[in-house]
Design a binder for this molecule. Structure first.
Ligand code: ISE
Length: 335
């Protein structure tokens, strides 16, 4: 029996995940879609045999053919959906951010801990990207020595109209927060945010780009250029500098052309393109683990830690100062 999945939220990511489960992933089918906008939900369900259409997440979760939940609604709606899933003890793949701030992430973590077992995989898809996976494997060999610095660049063509200056951190740099913690195996202890005069290409009032410095409890520095209105393409690059060598990913040199007196290649235009394979592998891994009765991948603790770091980052942006990150003690369940 394939896993029956309810997809909550049918915006850009949700609609992409519906297509993915329907056509790419094996062992699962979409049995329900949920959106506050019933017409959008209907459009997402069109062509999928027997797929229920709902406007209320809890109602979808109560359906007999729903075995698991993929949450892809907006960040502020995640907490309620997660708590409803816990009430039914349903496995969840929750898009990042887990929740928008540390206090709500903590409530979610407490509720999961009360179940006594993990139920949530958080959608930090970079952990499934082939280049990131190779970088982590290389670091783990120890060949390069201890990591000293990680330089990250994160560029989007254009930001959505609802994007705020804080969202450059909570929505975008959240990925580098997780990648830094995962690659280095450190927690992030403090955040500083610097910024140049905003780009003329950014919407009025949006502080874009920003330069974020993360200090880890393992004595490493991770810096992030976040530029969400760069205009030219979607780029995610990382270079780690270790005691005996460096390693770098994201140059996108898979295909280099020489033509008309120039050499070059193309640049992806958004994350669904750059990370297409990572999303496929992430969702497949979630389905496979769920069918085995297991939970793997980024945990609620990872989602909480990212939320706490991002919250400190937004304070650092607002105050111009260095803000320390205060994490609760890690519950046994996540060790
Ligand atoms: C978006 O929500 C994502 O998660 C993308 O990966 C990121 O590049 C973008 O900046 C975010 O807004």
């Amino acid at each position: 029996e394939p896993l029956g999945v309810a997809v909550i939220g049918t915006g850009r990511m949700g609609a992409d995940h519906v297509r993915r489960i329907d056509r790419v992933v094996s062992g699962a089918r979409v049995t329900a879609v949920v959106d506050l906008d019933a017409r959008r939900a209907e459009a997402a369900a069109a062509g999928i045999d027997g797929c229920g259409v709902y406007t209320d997440p809890a109602a979808a979760m109560a359906a007999a053919d729903v075995d698991a939940v993929l949450i892809a609604s907006s960040g502020p709606a995640h907490e309620a959906a997660l708590l409803s899933a816990f009430e039914r003890d349903l496995p969840v793949l929750c898009e990042k951010p887990l929740t928008p701030d540390a206090a709500s992430a903590l409530r979610v973590m407490d509720a999961e801990a009360a179940l006594g077992h993990r139920r949530v995989q958080v959608g930090f898809m970079r952990r499934y990207d082939a280049e990131y996976v190779r970088l982590k494997a290389l670091l783990e060999t120890g060949e390069l020595g201890r990591p000293l610095m990680l330089h990250n660049r994160h560029r989007n063509v254009a930001s959505a109209p609802f994007f705020t200056s804080g969202m450059l951190i909570t929505d975008s740099v959240a990925h580098e927060v997780d990648a830094t913690r995962w690659l280095l195996g450190h927690e992030i202890a403090a955040v500083t945010v610097l910024r140049p005069a905003p780009s003329a290409g950014a919407p009025d009032g949006l502080l874009d780009p920003q330069f974020v410095v993360l200090e880890t409890n393992g004595g490493a520095l991770s810096d992030v250029e976040i530029f969400v209105n760069c205009g030219f393409g979607y780029q995610v690059q990382a270079e780690v500098v270790c005691e005996r060598g460096t390693a770098r990913i994201g140059d996108g040199h898979a295909l280099v052309t020489n033509v008309g007196g120039r050499w070059g290649g193309t640049i992806a235009q958004d994350w669904t393109e750059r990370f297409a394979q990572a999303y496929d592998d992430e969702v497949q891994a979630w389905v496979d683990a769920t069918r085995r009765g297991e939970v793997a991948g980024p945990s609620t603790w990872d989602g909480y830690a990212a939320a706490a770091v991002c919250e400190a980052g937004v304070r650092a942006l607002d105050t111009g100062g260095r803000v320390e990150v205060d994490l609760v003690e890690q519950p046994e369940l996540y060790k």
